[in-house]
Write a protein that binds this ligand. Sequence first.
Ligand code: CA
Length: 230
Amino acid sequence: MSAINVLVVEDEDAIREMLSLVLEQAEFAVRAVSDAHQALAVLNESVPDLILLDWMLPGLSGVEWARRLKKDKQYGEIPIIMITARGEEEDKIKGLDVGADDYVTKPFSPRELIARIKAVLRRSNKLGKSGRIEVGGIVLDVDEHRVSISNHDVDLSPTEYRLLEFFLTHPGKVYSRSHLLDQVWGRSSFIEERTVDVHIRRLRKILAEYDREELIQTVRGFGYRFSEQT
Ligand code: CA
């Protein structure tokens, strides 16, 4: 099952490794890099659910990169938690000013960090309120990465899980194939829009076993909509 993806940007090896370990133990999927340049390369491959960003980085500073990201049309929505070595009030304000969603001050406890991350994810609707999202009898448990329909556990591939998660958290609106590609697969030039149709077909087939296939609606000439109303 697909997990919540966190991108860690931290130049100090020991701290980066510690962060990766703590996040993995909390069952996040982690990509860890040491500067903004590498971080951008990761973004171009797949869009993370959250970025954990060190304030002081070689080259482009974390706070400057956060400022740029938050203005970016494509990446502006990604929640960012800044990691700062100094707990100075001025830094905190500056970090939040550039658009960071929260900050943690080194040294921090793993438990505090995970709690902060979950709070930010919840605020940005990456997690349902109780970690459970339910639409039309489909229940997606974000914490356990499990899906059930009419109380039956459903086996989904990671892509189908992300696709269904996107639909459940964005019901009622029409999304184009390219938008779905960006949101579910991340930006990648190797994937064609037809791939979306293939996965939609698979997901529909699974939903059909529970008489729910009409939840995914094709909007001709535009894309797909997930709705309880037909
Ligand atoms: Ca640093």
